[in-house]
Write a new protein. Structure first.
Lengths: 175, 241
């Protein structure tokens, strides 16, 4: 458990014990990394990229930990960062496919249809669904994390539910 | 929408688990991001603009008739012979990642069993990283890092090499609190660093793992260590004569 507490051109110091911030980050990181990486996998990212995307999001959180730790939902924030990074990655890959004049590569299919459907949602809907339904953040916090109004979140979630409805309806109830 | 929530959670539980990498890798990413920033976006635009402006000014003054761009690569450092496993010569070590360096890890060096070969390092380092361990009574335990450039590292290496062997036989020493500094001398390129440890309490031996200790009574060693020491460690220097 370590945190860089001061640095200049010649020396830097680490607080190894007793400094709340470093310990706090470590615990949060250990608790949340695995779930974020799994969400990335369910959104169609391969295992290696999922670990990389989650690592990127948490490294940004570490860089700004003094302010991120004060947020209402640091976890919501790190998910939003991860989704933005994933969105950029998807756009870059789509562009590469167009430039290479290849046929569209289908999104990898999993055995969890609801996550396949979530992966097809626009970025904003996907973010709102995960923050609200997976992380259990109330609408107010989702709005805060996404920097939009609560009404926008409600409308986004309604649109996402409509898009996901066929998947939920298709699910067979046990006899 | 409980069903949606449940399905999402079930999907996550059944996804393959991925262990979080060490925090050091996150720190590496943040450092890489800071380094890259100058070569992208605004930073790159500023560099290009300043370079173009400088060329235009020179051309207007008539100093430049044509512009050549030369790309030079740094000469690679000569290969070094390693002495891993040998019971003589320098001892190689990896400079610890600040994120992974804990007090217990830093103080784990041991000078026993020592071979008859005296602690040594190569005399021409290109830099030195000093890792300062406050010892077992420090709460909170805080590891400090400092560095010296090539001139400081070579002077320190020369001072260390001039220290005599630790005298044999019994010796009465002050209390040993486990306070020490590990010196990682680097030699350019990606090669390993050479390590020595200077204890800052007790008998204050200077040693590398598995090598015979030296007694750092030389004022040059003390003053060079003081020059790269964080302020809180300067009071432990000079070393006992």
């Amino acid at each position: 458990v370590a945190e860089i507490v001061s640095a200049d051109a010649r020396s830097w110091s680490l607080s190894v014990q007793g400094s709340g911030k470093g310990v706090e980050f470590e615990l949060w990181y250990q608790a949340e990394f695995g779930r974020l990486a799994r969400v990335m996998i369910r959104l169609g990212v391969d295992r290696e990229d999922a670990a990389d995307l989650a690592g990127e999001a948490f490294s940004r959180a570490l860089q700004r930990w003094s302010s991120v730790s004060e947020m209402e939902s640091p976890t919501g924030w790190v998910y939003r960062v991860a989704f933005n990074v994933l969105h950029r990655l998807e756009r870059r890959r789509a562009l590469e496919r167009r430039v290479l004049a290849k046929r569209s590569v289908p999104v990898p299919r999993h055995d969890v249809p609801v996550w396949d459907a979530v992966a097809q949602l626009p970025l904003r809907q996907r973010t709102a669904v995960v923050l609200h339904y997976l992380l259990d953040l109330p609408i107010r916090q989702v709005a805060s994390v996404m920097s939009v109004k609560e009404g926008t979140v409600a409308a986004t979630l309604a649109a996402a539910r409509r898009a996901l409805q066929p998947v939920l309806d298709d699910r067979e109830d046990p006899p | 929408m409980t069903d949606l929530k449940q399905q999402l959670n079930n999907g996550i539980k059944s996804a393959p688990a991925i262990e979080p990498p060490p925090i050091g890798s996150l720190l590496e990413r943040t450092r890489g991001r800071r380094r890259r920033r100058w070569f992208t976006g605004t930073g790159a635009a500023v560099i290009v603009a300043v370079t173009c402006l400088a060329v235009v000014v020179d051309v207007e003054r008539g100093h430049v008739t044509n512009v050549k761009i030369a790309i030079e690569t740094a000469p690679s450092s000569p290969p070094r012979t390693l002495a891993h496993g040998a019971n003589y010569g320098p001892v190689y070590a990896t400079i610890p990642d600040p994120a992974m360096a804990t007090c217990s890890a830093i103080s784990a060096l041991s000078n026993a069993p020592a071979s008859p070969a005296l602690t040594t390092i190569d005399p021409d380092p290109t830099g030195v990283v000093a890792v300062w361990n406050p010892g077992m009574n420090a709460r909170p335990c805080r590891v400090d890092f400092s560095r010296g450039d090539a001139v400081e590292a070579q002077a320190l290496a020369a001072a260390i090499l001039s220290e005599p062997a630790f005298p044999p036989g019994g010796r009465s020493c002050p209390a040993d609190f486990g306070r020490n500094v590990n010196l990682y001398f680097s030699y350019g390129g990606d090669g390993p660093a050479e390590i020595v440890q200077q204890d800052l309490s007790g008998c204050e031996p200077l040693f590398a793992p598995g090598r015979a200790s030296r007694l750092a009574g030389n004022m040059a060693t003390s003053s060079l260590l003081a020059s790269i020491a964080p302020p809180s460690y300067r009071s432990y220097l000079p070393l006992n004569p």
